[in-house]
Design a protein around this ligand. Structure first.
Ligand code: WT7
Length: 651
């Protein structure tokens, strides 16, 4: 069988097991598999007691909750009747004790640095919270955030949380069109943005994009602009407000809005297999508990940690593990604005040495890129402050895992491969570094309280060693509560495969020891460089181009990005294929969605393989894109010649 070498390879890698280093385990929060098992059993036996205890320990409650969980599948309400505030939990709770401790260690791409203490951050957040109120923002209003990775992004999120406004962060790499669509879906009243941000030595034109989006965002009443790059002036007009002017003169005291546990905290858009992006809705207390607890346990936080998660705040990882998780735990979090390799291939390593970072949490795509650049770059810097490494975003191949452990971690740092999703809010399957023996490429075991199961479509558990669909079969506090504005889609997307059980969209298997191995998405969603993209969105961007008649976009395995995007395109009658047109189409997708969605390869085709009912058979296209013979059932294919023609088209 064609797959045999791969199987042997994975059997070989499974043989490598790395127990937690003894010195690490001795000081860890969870010190061995017995501790882990005890917690897991406790949580399984009495989930409401388990989660109730954790919620009381982990969070400050203005008013205690009366009911831990109200579960009417698929709708959960956690910590009912409790009241809290997330900004309070991140800031006030640590004051005055941590007043002078750095909360954020910021470095801009050009090399500018800021050390912001908990005391200063708290004052900034309160001023901005008062500023938002002065613009008329009230509890429950939506606020868009479209900023570079600068401390003000955290200030903006926390200011919203403080007054009970719902933030919706849009990744700064997204285009005007993507921003517009998200602002409209959320019905945002205010947008917090900047003139630009720095990336690879150039300015990301945020303000230009905002201006373009504004023509079609009727709900936006005010746009607040932070000066970052100072390359363009803030337009005049009553909609526009300068950030500095807004916060200047505001009081640094703002009484937190004590919101109910289920008060919406944020909306974050993520790709689906069909149609427009989904506004994943998270609420306050359950999300806060998940982010806080997993940050401490998975990264085994200590008071003196300097913690660096390299994600952008535009993704959920930035929400949970740059801003909320670390701040709730009172550690110092590093924030870096720019590209990992600017101005040189060792920027990350230079940062680690400068800030004496103890924990690094990054994505496999970055690790593979660094591997390719060579060991000499990390070797130039003192990385001895590191004591723990984390990975997130996609399956990490064992080779990259080993390189990460040996070259970056000097062989002494445990590696935690953390599986989770925008929808899960916080880490679900991951080693606990002082407890779990790790295997390169495996996310190991579900955390206590998390019921991850691998099932077939009928809901039957698949035997160990065999692949199946990954479900979470019991509710957990940081689960999404809905798809914003489309509750029906929430049910359809996540709870219709097996009613009452959350479908992750991922395939997985367990090995003989019960370790979880993630196998990627099973739907028409691909993971490019650690970020989920719906192929349908790229397709709809392509067909919006005047010369395109039809398109199908699939993923192809790629050494660096994990998955590369391949677009099959049929052109309108009379349009001639050309290399220039390929460039034009790729640029068109960048403009519509953002550079992240730019196809790596465009292939013109006379026709696409379809079923008799007209459904494009992407399964076959995936094989063609990977240069393989199309395998599997082709009996429903309408016209076999189409497939033959596609395989020949290798230009
Ligand atoms: C999808 C979620 C969670 C934050 C970043 C992405 C894939 C994520 C892992 C991992 C294997 C992983 C899954 C998941 N994924 N982490 N450690 N091992 N796959 O968030 O955009 O919501 O994407 O990323 O396919 O479903 P997201």
């Amino acid at each position: 069988m064609a797959d045999t070498p791969q199987e042997i390879h994975s059997v070989l890698t499974e043989a490598r097991v790395f127990p937690p280093p003894e010195a690490f385990a001795r000081r860890a929060h969870i010190r061995g598999m017995q501790d882990y098992q005890r917690l897991w059993d406790e949580a399984a036996k009495a989930p409401e007691k388990y989660w109730g205890d954790r919620a009381r320990e982990e969070l400050y409650w203005k008013e205690p909750f009366q009911t831990v969980l109200d579960w009417k599948p698929p709708h959960a309400r956690w910590f009912v009747e409790g009241r809290t505030n997330l900004a309070y939990n991140c800031l006030d709770r640590h004051l005055p004790a941590l007043k002078d401790k750095p909360a954020i260690l910021f470095e801009g791409e050009p090399g500018d640095r800021r050390r912001i203490t908990y005391g200063e951050l708290s004052a900034e957040v309160n001023r901005m919270a008062n500023g938002l109120k002065s613009l008329g923002v009230r509890k429950g209003d939506r606020v868009g955030i479209y900023l570079p990775m600068v401390p003000e992004a955290a200030v903006a999120m926390l200011a919203c949380a403080r007054i009970g406004a719902v933030h919706s962060v849009v990744f700064g790499g997204f285009s005007a069109e993507a921003l517009q669509e998200r602002m409209n879906d959320a019905g945002a009243r205010v947008l917090l943005t900047a003139d630009g941000g720095w990336r690879k030595g150039a300015v990301v034109p945020l303000l230009k994009n905002v201006t373009a989006a504004l023509a079609n965002t009727p709900s936006l009443e005010k746009v607040v602009v932070l000066k970052r790059t100072a390359d363009v002036a803030i337009p005049s007009g009553s909609k526009w407000v300068a950030w500095d002017a807004l916060v200047q003169g505001q009081s640094d005291v703002c009484e937190p809005e004590w919101v109910e546990s289920e008060h919406p905290l944020f909306i974050l858009y993520t790709s689906g297999s069909t149609g427009k992006p989904k506004g994943v809705l998270h609420t306050t207390a359950g999300y806060a508990l998940g982010a806080s607890l997993t940050t401490r346990w998975v990264f085994d936080l200590r008071e003196d940690d300097v913690y660096w998660c390299t994600a952008d705040v535009g993704w959920v990882t930035g929400h949970s593990y740059v801003v909320y998780g670390p701040l709730m735990n009172g550690v110092s979090t590093v924030m870096y604005e720019g590209a990992p390799t600017h101005p040189g291939p060792d920027r990350f390593w230079e940062l680690i040495a400068r800030y004496k970072a103890t924990i690094l949490y990054t994505a496999p795509t970055a690790i593979r890129a660094f591997m390719r650049l060579g060991e000499e770059h990390p070797r130039k810097h003192d990385l001895s402050s590191l004591r723990l490494l984390g990975s997130v975003g996609e399956p990490i191949n064992p080779e990259a895992w080993m390189w990460y452990r040996d070259v970056i971690g000097g062989g002494r740092c445990p590696v935690v491969d953390t599986w989770w999703q925008t929808e899960t809010g916080s880490i679900m399957i991951s080693p606990l570094p002082g407890a779990t023996p790790t295997k390169p490429g495996s996310a190991t075991f579900p955390l206590p309280g998390i019921h991850a199961e691998i099932l077939d479509r009928a809901g039957k558990p698949v035997p160990r060693g065999q692949g199946g669909l990954l479900f979470i079969t019991k509710p957990w506090p940081s689960m999404l509560r809905s798809v914003y504005g489309d509750p029906e889609r929430y049910v359809r997307t996540y709870f219709s495969e097996l009613p009452g059980r959350y479908f992750t969209g991922d395939g997985a298997r367990t090995d003989q020891d019960g370790y979880f191995w993630l196998m990627g998405r099973v739907d028409d969603v691909v993971n490019v460089a650690g970020h989920r993209l719906g192929t349908a969105e790229v397709e709809s961007a392509l067909v919006a181009h005047a010369k395109v008649s039809e398109s199908a976009v699939v993923g192809r395995p790629d050494d660096l990005k994990g998955t590369a995007l391949v677009a099959f395109v049929t052109l309108k009658a009379g349009i001639r294929p050309s290399p220039e047109l390929k460039k034009e189409l790729a640029a068109h997708v960048s403009k519509e969605i953002g550079a992240i969605a730019r196809p790596d390869e465009i292939r013109f085709a006379e026709g696409l393989p379809k079923t008799r009912s007209g459904k494009i058979m992407r399964r076959l296209l995936r094989d063609v894109a990977a240069g393989k013979q199309a395998t599997g059932d082709t009996t429903t294919l309408e016209d076999l010649n189409v497939l033959a023609a596609l395989s020949q088209n290798d230009e």
